[in-house]
Every structure is written in structure tokens, then in C-alpha cells.
Design a protein around this ligand. Structure first.
Ligand code: UD1
Length: 424
């Protein structure tokens, strides 16, 4: 069993708080997880700098070690991964189920070892989360797919063969998985309807540094010319755009004044546009953003969409913000079918939200009051944390292991900005 079973900790917060000061972002958790899987493509060492110190990285390290990888923490935020002695290509259920990123080991293992066997991945309970895009693409690349119970085995004894692939949905991890597999396929691969998220661009940069031949990342058509072998490399992760968004929303919510350092400002247009529409003040420089607010919040409508639309990972924190806007806001979730579970938790704190299908109709402003609530998943956890910061009185947030999965040093960062919170 995993040695990283997270005990069920809680946060106790005393609100309301006006967040003020500066915060520095950690490296992107989602970019880092895909990068760790890319190390499986080579027998040389891959060094990842600016890695966030989060639970998902620990669990994925354990999965890579299971295959025979040597994962070494060189410093707090530097990870070295060497996959020159891979001994297994079948993944155990208890490590696969810890998160969604785990499934991205399949493309690299299949490409390099011609076989991989795995149960489905885990991840937040926010919808069905199928893996058909990944599996269908592997089949297009020439892999034979067998399913026994819930275990998929993909094999391609003669190696993968480059081809043209249309993805039914621009899945982020699907694009990353297939991109990695195609780097070692014979010939050329074209991925049509690829995800354009910044984490895909970063992975493309990493793979290029490893010797892959790739063009078009960041667009919906990615071209890969397969090579025989990839080499090691050293690369630094970009800042976490979802963490940046979480702090920006928190600053607007609490009518605070927060400067977010080393922010990936070029990847946050959709959020900035909605924060400005809400009445927040934004000062955006090349690498930092200051968010403040000195007037009442206005209601806004938005849909979560694939990049460059509003990230689904910021949908729940934005809903918390809109509980404080004067009027009715409508938020539609268009990426995952079941990502509104946090609404019940916000209602316990006084939020006036009605769910209609995949939309939330939010009426405000309401006075939020401290309550005992649960972090149902990573971003639902962020939504209730933000609500607790602006609520009157004491809130207790249980199951914060979900927040630990993707947010590095969350407590100390919020405390620096003035939050009163304890972990127990
Ligand atoms: C990644 C991020 C997650 C983010 C999401 C969308 C990681 C580890 N996680 O998740 O934080 O919320 O992108 O930006 O990077 N789908 C299918 N078939 C598939 C794959 C996906 O139908 O084979 C559907 C999903 O059910 C969902 C939609 O596509 O409705 C988006 O999923 P996807 O882009 O794959 O998200 P993840 O890569 O899992």
C-alpha cells in the first residue's frame, strides 16, 4: 500500500480576513506531474526544478518507483528521475487510483517498452472521467488494446506507428499522454483537436529538450516526428496558473490588496476579464499581478471551458466570489459533468445558490457565516477555504488532504497575507 496515505487533517479558520501583502507562487502541479511521466521515455536522468511540494507529486513518485525508476529529491523543489532500470510495466490499482495524472505513465511505458497494463486512474469525483481518448489514440498508433475487468493492457510488439489522430475531446492529459507516446513512434503523428492548455506547451518544451521533434503545441494541431531515443534534461517548471487564480480571487473576495509574484499573467486572460467585470482592480505587470478591491462586487456570468476559456479548476472559487456580488450571477460548468458538489458546502455557510443542470445560479450579496464544511475535492476545497476567509466567525474545513494534493504551502502563504488558520 501507499506510504503516502494522508491522515485526515482539518483547517480551523477565523474570519473575516482582509488579505494583504505579497505571495510567491509554486511551480505548476499539473505541469510537474506530466513532466515526471515524461522521464519514463528515457534511460537518462531528468531533473525537474521548481517542483511543487504536494501530495500528488509524492504519490506519483511512488508509482514511478514501483516501475523501477529512481526518484530523488535533490532539494525541496528539485526532483531527479532516472528510469534506466525499469522492471515493471503493470501498474497497481492503489497507486493508480490516487490521482488522475497517474494515467500519463501509460503513453511513455507503451512507447518505450511496447506494453503497459493498468486499471483506470483515480482523481476528484467530478464526473465519469473516462479514458477513451487516451485508449482510442493508442489503438490508432497501432497498439492492441485488451480489457480484462477494469484492467487495460495495451501492447505494440512491433512498436508504435505514427498516424493522424482526431481526438473526440481536447483532453488535457489525453493530449499529453499521446504526445509523449508519439515521440518514440515510427514516422509522423498528427494530433487534431489537441488540448491547447499551457501545461501541454510546457510538456512539448520539455520533450523537445529531450530530443523530440514537435511542432504546434498550444494550437489544436500538434505534429510529432518520431525519434529512436530521447535523452535526459534539466528544466524548471512554470508557475501554477490555478494557484495564481486562487489568490487573485481571494484578494478580490476579501476586498484586500495582494501582489502575486512570478505570475503566469499571459495565461490568465479569462480570469482577469471576469475579475475586472466584477469590479476588482488589477495591476498587471510582466511577471506579477496586484489584485485589490475598493467597491462593491458586481454579478457576472461565465462558463468554464477548455483553454483559453475560464479554467474549470477556478469555477468553484469564482462561485464563492460571486456570493458577495450584488445581484444574480450564472456559472455554467462545461468541462466536467459533476463539478458543483461544493455548492452544498457553501450553502452551509449561508450562500444562496440554486443548481440547474450544470449551472449554478448565485444570488448575492449574502453574509457568509463560519461553519463546519468539507473539502470534497481539490478545487471544492479552495472554494470553501475562500468562503471561510470572508465568513464571520470560525469555520472548520475537514478532509483537507484534497488541498494538499495540488496546493504547496497553502497555509503559510495565506497566513503571510493575514489569514488566521490552524491545521489539526
Ligand atoms: C486536467 C487537469 C485538471 C483540469 C482538467 C481540465 C491534470 C492532472 N489535471 O485533467 O486539473 O481540471 O485538465 O482543464 O492535468 N474526457 C473524456 N475522455 C477522455 C478524457 C477526458 O471524455 O479520455 C472528458 C472528461 O470526462 C472531461 C473532459 O474530457 O469531461 C476534460 O477532461 P481532461 O481534459 O482529460 O482533464 P484531465 O486531463 O483529466
Amino acid at each position: 500500500m501507499s506510504t503516502f496515505k494522508s491522515p485526515f487533517f482539518s483547517y480551523r479558520l477565523q474570519g473575516p480576513t482582509t488579505l494583504e501583502g505579497q505571495v510567491s507562487l509554486s511551480g505548476s502541479a499539473n505541469a510537474g506531474l506530466a513532466a515526471m511521466c515524461a522521464a519514463l521515455l528515457t534511460d537518462q536522468t531528468v531533473v525537474l526544478k521548481n517542483m511543487p511540494d504536494v501530495l500528488d507529486v509524492k504519490t506519483l513518485s511512488e508509482l514511478l518507483s514501483h516501475f523501477g525508476a529512481v526518484v530523488t529529491k535533490l532539494e525541496k523543489n528539485t526532483l531527479s528521475i532516472c528510469c534506466n532500470k525499469i522492471t515493471k510495466t503493470s501498474a497497481p490499482a492503489h497507486l493508480m487510483s490516487a490521482n488522475r495524472a497517474s494515467f500519463q505513465v501509460t503513453g511513455p511505458l507503451l512507447a518505450r517498452y511496447q506494453t503497459v497494463s493498468t486499471p483506470p486512474p483515480g482523481g476528484d469525483p467530478i464526473g465519469g472521467r473516462p479514458v477513451d481518448v487516451h485508449i482510442n489514440s493508442f489503438a490508432k498508433l497501432g497498439a492492441q488494446i485488451d480489457q480484462a475487468g477494469d484492467v487495460y493492457t495495451a501492447s505494440a510488439s512491433a512498436g508504435l506507428q505514427g498516424t493522424r489522430i482526431f481526438m473526440d475531446y481536447p483532453s488535457v492529459s489525453g493530449t499529453q499522454n499521446v504526445l509523449m507516446a508519439a515521440t518514440l513512434a515510427k514516422g509522423d503523428t498528427t494530433i487534431v483537436n489537441a488540448a491547447t492548455e499551457p501545461e501541454v506547451i510546457f510538456l512539448g518544451n520539455l520533450l523537445t529538450q529531450m530530443g523530440a521533434v514537435i511542432s504546434g503545441t498550444g494550437t489544436q494541431v500538434i505534429k510529432i516526428h518520431g525519434v529512436e531515443k530521447l535523452n535526459g534534461c534539466e528544466i524548471s517548471l512554470p508557475s501554477d496558473r490555478i494557484e495564481a487564480g486562487t489568490f487573485a480571487i481571494a484578494a478580490a473576495l476579501t476586498a484586500g490588496n495582494v501582489t502575486i509574484k512570478n505570475a503566469p499573467v499571459e495565461h490568465l486572460d479569462s480570469l482577469f476579464s471576469k475579475l475586472i467585470e466584477c469590479g476588482a482592480n488589477l495591476k498587471i505587470n510582466e511577471k506579477e499581478i496586484t489584485v485589490s478591491r475598493d467597491k462593491a462586487l458586481l454579478p457576472v456570468n461565465f462558463q468554464s471551458l477548455p483553454y483559453p476559456g475560464m479554467p474549470t479548476d477556478l469555477q468553484a472559487p469564482m462561485a464563492t466570489l460571486l456570493t458577495q456580488a450584488s445581484g444574480v450571477s450564472i456559472v455554467q460548468e462545461r468541462v466536467f459533468e459533476n463539478r458543483m458538489l461544493y455548492v452544498n458546502e457553501l450553502r452551509k455557510m449561508g450562500a444562496d445558490i440554486v443548481i440547474a443542470g450544470t449551472s449554478a445560479i448565485i444570488s448575492g450579496p449574502v453574509t457568509l457565516s463560519g461553519a463546519k464544511v468539507t473539502a470534497l475535492d481539490v478545487r471544492a476545497g479552495a472554494a470553501v477555504l475562500l468562503a471561510a476567509l470572508s465568513a464571520t466567525g470560525t469555520s472548520v474545513i475537514t478532509e483537507i488532504q484534497h488541498l494538499d494534493r495540488k496546493y504547496d504551502s497553502l497555509q503559510s502563504k495565506f497566513e503571510t497575507l493575514g489569514a488566521k488558520m490552524e491545521r489539526s
